[in-house]
Design a protein around this ligand. Sequence first.
Ligand SMILES: [Zn+2]
Ligand SMILES: [Zn+2]
Length: 382
Amino acid sequence: MPVLRSLIHLLRCVRLRSCGRRGKSRLPPWIRKIWAYMRLLLQSLCFNSLTNSDVVFDSLFEPIFWTVEYVTRWFGVVFVVLVVILISSIVVIAYIVLLPLILNTYSPAWIAWHVCYGHWNLVMIAFHYYKATKTSPGFLPKEISDTPFVSVCKKCILPKPARTHHCGICNRCILKMDHHCPWLNNCVGHFNHRYFFSFCLFMTLGCVYCSISGRNLFIDAYNALERFKHMDMEKPGIPVTGMGVLLGLLPPGQVHTFQTAPPPYTFKDKMIHKSIIYMWVLTSTAGLSLGALTIWHAVLISRGETSIEKHTNKSETKRMAQKGRVYRNPFHYGRLNNWKIFLGVEKRSHWVTRVLLPSGHPPYGDGLTWNIFSVHNDLIPV
Ligand SMILES: [Zn+2]
Ligand SMILES: [Zn+2]
């Protein structure tokens, strides 16, 4: 704040000059009185022994933060509805367009694979999305007198245990807060972090599955639409493909093309082609972006960090390095153990029942105290 600094400097100069001429000031008393009053007013507005550049920055940008938080809070439901509509549209296309095609053209083994995998993936996505949105991330209890705390929340005026952070959108302190997710309209914290990650993972798998298994359909549908457009411009002409283009799905040897001119495109054909293009473009882009997000969170989980701790740990590492010391993340229990703790895996069978199947088991600990695990890797089972 150069303006503020120069103002304070000016005041100091004036004070020094007035001190130097104490008793000799020729200004009338009423002007000196007004001047003293103005000085007091300015200092009462600006002076604070705790004020630093961060506080000034926060105060200046407070209206912007407030607007973003307000919009996110009120548009949270819109984002959730959007996610549900997009997922539902892909499911509808899969049932109405793809499933009949698969049933008519694929061998029984491939039919079994697509039906089983597709439904398992869909169940996992729906379950984890529902749980991530509906599960409370974990709030500070009213009475936390016995809980060791590391700082005090300036907004809630409550002691904060380790890993707890204040969310401006929820306007509450969240236990082991990771971030506030607008797509869930919920904070991601201690009790729903696993649901959030599993949703991202299974959503990515679902998108990649749709994108890979639908790539031939997409190419055929795209070419068919292009050809149709071309024919439209060069009438008269006879369309040479109908549903035949979708036969790209057939295994080699079973593909047969129309030797004679098939019936022209119908409205239904066009809709099918457009649906396939929509599905492929949406699942491919969502798969790429969600895949990157999932990998990012997987790296953080491996390190025993949340998204917020990623930044705090980085600055802490730098600070300790300047003192010639090495910072060690106290919540890092070893890569595999971090995953076991995160997923709630206590024995081998849990990898199937708790990770690959829908499971509502609670996470380790209460989110308030973090000294429940030994840092020795061998003490954690499995
Ligand atoms: Zn708070
Ligand atoms: Zn929040």
